[in-house]
Design a protein around this ligand. Sequence first.
Ligand code: GLN
Ligand code: ZN
Length: 759
Amino acid sequence: MTNTEPDTARIGATVLGYPRIGPRRELKRALERYWSGRIDLAELREVATGLRADSWRELAAARLDSVPSNTFSYYDQVLDAAVLFDAIPDRFRALGLSDVDTYFAMARGSGTAQPLEMTKWFDTNYHYLVPELGPGTEFRLVGDKPVAEFREAEALGVRTRPVLVGPVSFLLLAKPDEFAPADFRTLDLLDGLVERYAELLAQLAEAGAEWVQLDEPAFVGDRTEAELGALRRAYDQLAELTNRPKLVVASYFGDLGAALPVLADTAVEAIAVDLVSAPDTADRIASLGGMRAKTVLAGVVDGRNVWRTDLRAALSKCATLLGSVAEVSVSTSCSLLHVPYDLDAETALEPAVANRLAFAKQKVAEVALLADALAGGQRDALWAADNAMASTGGATDERVRARIAALRPEDAKRVDYEERAIAQRAQLGLPSFATTTIGSFPQTAEIRQARADLRADRIDESEYRERMRAEVARVIRLQEELGLDVLVHGEPERNDMVQYFAELLDGFAATEHGWVQSYGSRCVRPPILHGDVSRPAAMTVEWSGYAQSLTTKPVKGMLTGPVTILAWSFVRDDQPLADTARQVALALRDEVSDLEAAGIGVIQVDEPALRELLPLRARDRAEYLEWAVESFRLATAGAAEGTQIHTHLCYSEFGDVIEAIDGLDADVTTIEAARSKMEVLEDLRAIGFRRGVGPGVYDIHSPLVPDEASMAELLRLAADAVPAERLWANPDCGLKTRGYPEVEPALRHMVGAAKAARA
Ligand code: GLN
Ligand code: ZN
């Protein structure tokens, strides 16, 4: 990775990875057509080949001296590694499918073969597939994807650096399969796996690869001595090989901590560090003798957020490394997989906002510019780019600032729960095992059609609203007929639980093409939170108020909480997240108050992403949880004591946040629990949780309709941990992805189960 040779270190330019879904989501469409049988494998391959070629050419043309390959995937890079090394559970082999279809079966399931579990890729919104390993797993190098893609790029005249998940992180990201004994650790398989990596490295060397990148992001989290020892052993063994390319061990999303000196002492040639999330790493590198002979990939361009780089600061960060290492390669902090392709595709963004943004293509240009400047050339271009950005900042709203400055601790505090409970009982008069749902009802074809019609101008805003009101009325009637106790309006008007609010709040912008891969063929288009946030007008009152006008039962207002709004957006990085969360919280606080004024006595503030933003290292968690909890309380604590505040959490194991859930001080917490058989209740009981709780009794992720007996059984289990008068009966999560033929009977059974539990 070298393009010039100044006095001290050599200089290079690269990125750790690139988006792959296609600038127009070409891969998504091709995959979905292949899965539904509308195109054959040859056509799918053609799309994939074209996308790879475009990325390599673009990166080579951008003057990167090292271009990554094998960052393409039909579904997920961890799945790719599992299949490459033959870690295919028997239930997929038994299907007798072709290689490609076995791969897709592992990703998506097939017949009775449940897919691999999918889980979050560290603290990003990308999801990877969790390999299943056991003592019987025998790794074999059966695939050739990294070699084939290297050759494919060579044929186009681009010499690439194949990228793979490293062996230690691969094992740490995997889980024991269902047959593994309790004392089995996936790391037990390390030696066998390292041998297979060695084979692969030999093949890549023979194919002509000079460098290979092995990603070890697992080491930015807290790791045991044994795990650090495994890292040392793996890279000592790999470095010792004679027939291999040079190795980059890549880290991202945090600091390597104790793993940095471990890697520095191995003979690998290069280490990639994330200097955006862990800027101090530069100083630590300077103090490690083991780094002197190495190349450092200096991740100064943020690979997971959309803001332009402060080029002056990035340049000086890189410069501090010059004297202490052999080569500095300017790089991104992580793969660019997590940002959209190209800002130039956006035509509707306000210039003041667009001017502060950089997507993948623009970030590559920043890397190249920085490398040039670091090598002593082209600084004019750099200063010009930097000055253009420096002239604009996140828009400030003095009213918002003043309001935040005037906040007092009591603004985040309601009266005691016991008092609230009395007021709420008087006001709502609900039975024990009160029945409710999480908010959304099925998003039917008609609802989606209405949204499409509105976008295409086939109907106007008022016609759209009419159709949504008709839907609300239908959902209310259905719930009354089913006999639910606390009703919802069904959320038909919401495209997405964050985007809906982002569109109505000031301080957010939406993109047209800013898609990023969430998993497989699924993409999301996160809103961009760029300035101070405020609420120009009520956002949900019209819908909830209308729903309430149709029934004498309480209708639950439905809001998305501040943490979740931040977690699913690209958020400004020019102030602490805690400050931004407070602004969002105040906007929601006003909405709560407007809902109350419209006669809504139950209000749910969803925080499904509470666990998602939890920092990777334990030492950073308390601070995060403090502001996360505070922002929720700020959003809800303005409510009268008779107003019942609900929250809803899902998508995770709650062990790490159980005290924070208590800290939210919601009157009722509905929480995912059906699949884990009410486990979370034990955790809640252990910390003395004493407010209302609705452990999900209906697993909405499955198309199966649960019968009354199974839900009654779950409620009985729940009643062992929580007194019945504080228990609610509800599904695990929103119903929007389900269909009415499943939802209707399931809810009917749920109401029946609650009645049985009461009796
Ligand atoms: N109220 C939302 C819904 O019902 C909650 C979604 C979620 O938990 N992710 O869809
Ligand atoms: Zn949920």
